[in-house]
Design a protein around this ligand. Structure first.
Ligand SMILES: [Mn+2]
Length: 468
């Protein structure tokens, strides 16, 4: 459906975009289609007499501790998926029988307009989101009661990546039971299979994010700070792509830091100076309309691989290519992991990608369970690949002293390790190469387009052209 998402779809009251050259998304068409798919699955799972209302609670206004400062609001992922609502403190409902949709928005005092600008009316909200009706939250109990639903289907389940519980909302009205058994698993499963429109958004986030990686490669010089690369990426994605936020905290690691899987956090804020002769590992994702890209590139700070760096890099690149080439519907993700040692790659080979960086649905009820074996247990899914899944392919090879030093002293492990070779690599950090791949009917397509071969990387760093 080319008219829902694209660079030149007509702009209407329900269109999300960030100005000239950015992706245009018809909220009504995108979420309308996601909702009808959800309805189909809900009707298959729920007997007629139990088909009440889907009821979702959106994200809430948050304050920074006791201050009146608020971090930039990011909508709760399930609410965004079903309704695409940008504002905080909203609720949404959809009738499982008829598909009719209602949003509930907070009633703000008129004086708020001084601080926030024009306060949208329910009518404006209705055309922005293409739903059937909009009411204020204070009208919600009466509106829901009037609809006399059999029950409210609410979210309740555990996110298999974080282990955290998605708790049901407090009952919004007395006398209508909450039903917690069905909705979470059904929506989660819907989110695993991206529609062509969702794939177009992820493709756009990949195009902007890929170009952001190239911008970092071009900005890199010995002597600069890691955060200069991070800021180059963020600036590129926002100024060129309208991507206001990164999908996750950028990892801009140099030298030994490349072995630290989630480097860049608040206690290690990409604050090391880069030196010639080192590798830089950049794991940075762009976000657009809350959908993202999650791309990793690794390159020499001075633009030329040393023979040692090249050997490790080429090995990881070969794994990266082999995995991508093997991907097609029917292939089990666990098979792809088979020969990679957890000592050198202590993370999973990849994860679903969508509204969340580690997108939901990796371990659904009735699906293959999480393995307990080292390496395998880090896999964020054990599922068989099917068309519409978007998954990252991110093999890596790291020389992490906190894993390798104990292993060298452990007779069970050290007999497989060449001590001198391991020790010679301990300072180099590591290499990770990460693409975002959509499984298609016939195979798989990478949405990421960054320099990958040693020759491509060196050419771009020497000023060569690259079309992301
Ligand atoms: Mn990733």
């Amino acid at each position: 459906m080319a008219s829902a998402v694209g660079l030149d779809v007509p702009i209407g009251p329900d269109t999300y975009h960030m100005g000239p050259g950015t992706l245009r998304i018809s909220r009504k068409a995108l979420h309308g289609k996601l909702r009808s798919r959800l309805l189909e699955r809900l009707r298959a799972a729920i007997p007629e007499e139990k088909r009440g209302l889907v009821f979702l609670e959106g994200g809430k206004t948050k304050h920074l501790y006791s201050s009146d400062g608020e971090p930039l609001f990011r909508q709760e992922a399930y609410m965004h998926y079903v309704f695409g609502v940008q504002e905080e403190d909203c609720y949404g409902a959809m009738c499982v029988k008829t598909g009719r949709t209602v949003l509930f928005m907070p009633r703000l005092p008129d004086s708020y307009a001084v601080w926030m600008g024009h306060l949208k009316t329910p009518d404006e909200f209705r055309s922005k989101y293409g739903v059937d009706a909009v009411h204020y939250v204070d009208e919600m109990p009466a509106t829901l009661a009037e609809l006399k639903p059999a029950c409210l289907h609410v979210l309740f389940g555990v996110n298999s990546d974080s282990g955290l519980t998605v708790a049901p909302p407090p009952p919004p009205v007395e006398g209508i039971p909450l039903e917690t058994e069905t909705l979470f698993d059904v929506i989660t499963e819907c989110r695993v299979f991206k529609t062509p429109e969702e794939i177009e958004i992820i493709r756009y986030a990949n195009r902007i994010g890929s170009a952001g990686h190239v911008a970092m490669m071009r900005a890199c010089r010995p002597g600069i700070m890691e955060y200069k690369l991070e800021s180059t990426f963020l600036h590129h994605c926002y100024s060129e792509g309208g991507s206001r936020c990164a999908l996750y905290t950028p990892i801009a690691a140099s030298g030994p830091n490349a072995a630290i899987l989630h480097y860049g956090h608040a206690c290690a804020p990409n604050d090391r100076q880069l030196s010639a002769g080192e590798l830089a590992l950049l794991d940075c994702g762009c976000e657009y309309y809350l959908y993202g890209s999650d791309i990793t590139t690794t390159w020499p700070v001075d633009g030329k691989f040393t023979p040692q760096q090249r050997a490790v890099y080429d090995a990881v690149l070969a794994a990266h290519r082999d995995v991508k080439a093997a991907m097609k519907p029917g292939v089990a993700w666990t098979m792809l992991e088979a020969d990679i040692g957890a000592l050198f790659m202590p993370h999973g080979l990849g994860h679903f990608l969508g509204i969340n960086t580690h997108d939901v649905g990796g371990y659904p009820p009735g699906g293959p369970p999480r393995s307990t074996r080292p390496g395998y247990r880090s896999l964020r899914t054990a599922r068989v690949l099917q068309p519409g899944m978007v998954i990252t392919v991110e093999p890596g090879c790291y020389f992490n002293p906190s894993l390798l030093k104990p292993a060298l002293e452990d007779p069970a492990k050290s007999r497989f390790l060449v001590r001198e070779a391991v020790e010679a690599h301990l300072g180099m950090g590591g290499v990770r190469l990460e693409d975002n791949v959509v499984v298609t009917e016939g195979g798989a397509e990478s949405l990421t387009h960054v320099p990958r071969t040693v020759e491509e990387v060196e050419a771009v760093m020497a000023g060569g052209t690259w079309e992301a």
